[in-house]
Ligand binder design. Structure first.
Ligand code: NAD
Length: 359
């Protein structure tokens, strides 16, 4: 059999390293921007001010609150703010929610984004936007929302608490694992995905053991970069679809949802041939079990159970996901989705044998 693939890759300038934030002013200057709208989340305010200090008066407006899954009203308000200041650049500092808000503004205005990520979500490397209105999360792809410059400074991540780091790391791993069954996967993306998994599997245990270990933080952030890159060059499958439905309709926290689901969606798709490579990169005999063991060892969230979501909601979510089934190695029907959700509520070691619906 010969390979068939499509490889499409947008361009971002990536500046990586401890202290990379010091170059933020130069990065903005080389883009010729003069009126910057600075978007940051609550925990990144100090970093955002450090960036502002390096921009020599170019910051004209500030948004200091973000919300996960980008509520439509936040995007409306931020777009008005960009227009009011005549912004010619969006600079976001923070987790995926800050990046997501900048993308929602870029989608309407065409403004370029410089992103300074502080979690492992990976959004900064993708052309994917998300917006939630009326309890429904919509996502799409548009090259205009991909940040033109990404500044990765591991020093910004040492305050990310261990449990949040672990959850965010599982979010990054999900991008890499889901590539294993993405249609028309290119050999370049496959190789990057394998490397990303290897890097994160080694770095995350070190990060949670010592959140201030700069070498571990640097490795984890590199893994997140590779994960975002992979997500940006492949399609999303069942795992991401489930996360978007649960986030948009039930407001579940994004990274924790990835963490709770990943071993079980992987077990459901266990026939995908490339999952063998995932297992190898994890140093495990089986991909789903390897992910479950890594998740357990780093103390990442292990159950979907949250206020507002429980067993009674399983049927509705299964119906929503199966109504628009994503492409993948296995047909997505309500029974299979129900089994994944039940397992993810329970959090037990995934079942990796048999052909039935049980993941
Ligand atoms: P988040 O941005 O909501 O951050 C989670 C929490 O961590 C927040 O309270 C934030 O203030 C805090 N935080 C962030 N950085 C910190 C730091 N360094 N130290 C201490 N606290 C810190 O969560 P997230 O998981 O990074 O991002 C989730 C969002 O990103 C979701 O809306 C998701 O849909 C989106 N996302 C989009 C893509 C894409 O390609 N479009 C990819 C991944 C995630």
């Amino acid at each position: 059999m010969t390979d068939r693939f499509v490889h499409e890759q947008g361009a971002s300038r990536v500046v990586f390293g401890v202290g990379a934030l010091d170059g933020a002013g130069d990065e903005v200057a080389r883009l010729g921007a003069r009126r910057v709208l600075l978007i940051s989340d609550r925990h990144s305010a100090a970093h955002a001010e450090a960036v502002a200090g390096r921009l020599g008066g170019r910051v004209r407006g500030r948004i200091t609150r973000t919300a996960t899954h980008v509520p439509g009203e936040s995007a409306d308000a931020a777009s008005r703010e960009a227009a009011a200041h005549g912004a010619d650049l969006l600079l976001c500092v923070g987790g995926g929610s800050a990046t997501g808000l900048a993308k929602a503004v870029a989608l309407r205005t065409g403004l370029r984004i410089v992103a300074v990520p502080t979690t492992y979500a990976g959004s900064e490397m993708t052309p994917i936007w998300g917006l939630t209105r009326d309890g429904r999360k919509e996502t799409g792809r548009d090259p205009a929302v991909r940040p033109v410059t990404v500044i990765y400074d591991p020093a910004l991540t040492t305050r990310l608490p261990g449990r949040l780091s672990a959850a965010s790391g599982m979010n990054a791993l999900a991008h890499l694992v889901e590539a294993a069954y993405a249609p028309r996967l290119s050999p370049l993306t496959a190789a990057v995905a394998d490397q990303g998994i290897r890097v994160l599997a080694k770095a995350l245990p070190r990060v949670v053991t010592d959140p201030e270990d700069m070498a571990a933080r640097s490795d984890a952030l590199q893994g997140a970069w590779l994960a975002g890159w992979v997500l940006g060059t492949t399609a999303m499958g069942l795992h991401h679809k489930l996360c978007h439905v649960l986030g948009g309709s039930y407001g579940l926290p994004h990274a924790a949802t990835h963490s709770a689901l990943l071993p079980y969606v992987t077990a459901f798709n266990r026939r995908a041939p490339r999952l063998g490579r995932v297992a190898e990169a994890l140093g495990a005999a089986d991909a789903a079990t390897g992910l479950w063991e890594l998740r357990t060892s780093i103390g990442a969230p292990a159950s979907l159970a949250q206020p507002g979501f429980g067993t009674a909601d399983i049927d509705r979510v299964a119906g929503l996901v199966a109504a628009e089934p994503p492409a993948g190695p296995r047909p997505v029907e309500p029974a299979g989705v129900r089994a994944i959700l039940r397992a993810a509520l329970d959090g037990a070691r995934p079942v990796t044998t048999g052909d039935g619906d049980a993941p």
